[in-house]
Design a protein around this ligand. Structure first.
Ligand code: FAD
Length: 408
């Protein structure tokens, strides 16, 4: 059986679901293909919270979700707004603190568990009347004139003018479209878990740069008086694997010490989810009939918590670029790579800068040379003293100074 639509979005993660909603709002007939079944628990489900995978949503991302009328009842309550971010060097005295007040906003962002947000997005897709083929995986793709046929592993197929690949870092659609991706293996693993700490996190995102890699404590709402944080710790692979295998009590003690016992004892920890740290960037974001968004196009080091925010900026720009063709006869031409030229130029450029910045930061803080150590501590102090530079950095990290979202 072949279904015919304007656009098929492959992958209903946060980015794919938002892309489907945004493009449907422009009047396109959109269908979604997602290999997970509805109601499936998160593969990263924990015992201390809904999901060990948490996302730091920037104000720009929160605004997009509001624009798309995504019901926030479930995920916003499970999340925690943070008004400050503090980073410091374990090997010196350099320290930098950013606060929402400095740039005149109410909060820097919102930490949310991935699963309730993804669930709310699936409900929004249903409310919008977007057909979601769940439990179905893409297995093949073929050009059919100006259109592209996507075949699914249940034997059915969907034909569309444009295939939006939002199927994550291991994107099958990207491979089927013959788009190459550059991969830089960092030799590190990131470990995600939840922890209950003795002292409050003060609604601040804390990040300590250790020579072995950055360690973040990200604030979550208190439960039964217990102060909870989402932990993301990047370490060399061998060290990370050894840490993942530790008994909870030993891991909790190691974690507390790595954070200088700044929040008192670590009272409880969840299971650890580890994943290899790779920075990946697709060489192009477009091919005949196909466009890449989110992790399918770029995967970056989690140290700035920007993964999902960059994906949602992709969605904003793609929507703006497709607004005009969807209004008129251009609808049949949606898969023309020329039409997607600006999308790629804007987003690939901005994402490349972020990928390079993450790489530079990682190398800078891993350096053991005393001269480099002095410079980075001095750098942290100087940026802290330079109000304008600090404010610019902060606004960019929050997506407030991006070209994304400007009217077409
Ligand atoms: C453990 C973990 C912790 C993380 N922590 C953070 C963090 O703290 N901050 C942050 O910003 N980012 C974090 N990230 C990264 C962040 O989750 C991603 O950048 C973001 O969710 C990307 O969203 P996406 O929708 O592009 O891809 P994904 O969330 O990967 O979604 C892809 C979707 O496509 C579906 N799919 C895949 N293949 C197929 C197929 N062949 N056919 C049909 N469907 C398919 C999948 O089932 C999935 O639903 C973390 C990632 C992981 C794994």
């Amino acid at each position: 059986m072949t279904r015919n639509v304007d656009i098929v979005v492959v992958g209903a993660g946060v980015v794919g679901a938002c892309a489907a909603l945004a493009l449907s709002r422009l009047g396109a007939e959109v269908m979604v293909v997602e290999r997970r079944a509805p109601g499936a628990t998160a593969p990263t489900a924990g015992s201390l919270g809904e999901d060990l995978r948490t996302l730091a949503l920037s104000p720009a991302s929160i605004a997009l979700l509001a624009e798309l009328d995504v019901d926030e009842t479930g995920w916003a309550a499970a999340g925690c707004a943070y008004g400050a971010m503090e980073v410091w060097d374990a090997e010196g005295t350099g320290r930098l603190r950013f606060t929402a007040d400095e740039i005149g906003v109410a909060e820097l962002g919102l930490l949310v568990p991935h699963h309730p947000l993804a669930f709310a997005l699936w409900q929004a897709l249903a409310r919008e009347g977007i057909v979601c083929l769940t439990g179905a995986s893409v297995s093949g793709m073929a050009a059919r004139g100006r259109r592209t046929a996507v075949s699914l592993d249940d034997g059915s197929e969907v034909e569309a003018a444009l295939v939006v690949a939002a199927d994550g870092g291991e994107s099958r659609v990207r491979t089927l479209a013959g788009i190459e991706i550059s991969t830089e293996d960092t030799g590190q693993r990131a470990m995600a878990t939840l922890a209950v700490i003795e002292r409050p996190h003060e609604n601040t995102a804390w990040q300590r740069f250790l020579p072995t890699g950055p360690l973040a404590f990200l604030p979550l709402p208190d439960v039964d008086g217990g102060h909870r944080v989402s932990v993301v710790w990047s370490l060399d692979t061998d060290r990370a694997l050894a840490m993942e295998a530790l008994a909870d009590a030993d891991f909790a003690a190691t974690l507390g010490a790595a954070m200088e016992d700044r929040f008192g004892a670590v009272m409880a920890v969840d299971r650890r989810v580890g994943f290899p740290l790779q920075q990946r960037h697709a060489r192009t974001y477009r091919a005949q009939g196909v466009v890449l968004v989110g992790d399918a196009a770029h995967v970056l080091h989690p140290l700035a918590g920007q993964g999902v925010n960059l994906g949602l900026q992709d969605v904003r720009v793609l929507r703006d670029e497709l607004r005009r063709p969807l209004r008129g006869p251009g609808r049949a031409m949606l898969g023309d790579p020329d039409l997607l030229y600006h999308y790629e130029r804007i987003r690939r450029g901005e994402n490349a800068i972020m990928l390079r910045t993450m790489d530079g930061l990682k190398r800078l803080f891993a350096a053991e040379d005393p001269g480099v150590r002095w410079l980075r501590n001095e750098g942290l102090r100087r940026v802290g003293d330079l109000g304008m530079v600090k404010r610019t950095l902060l606004r960019q990290a929050m997506g407030l100074d991006s070209t994304a979202g400007e009217p077409a």
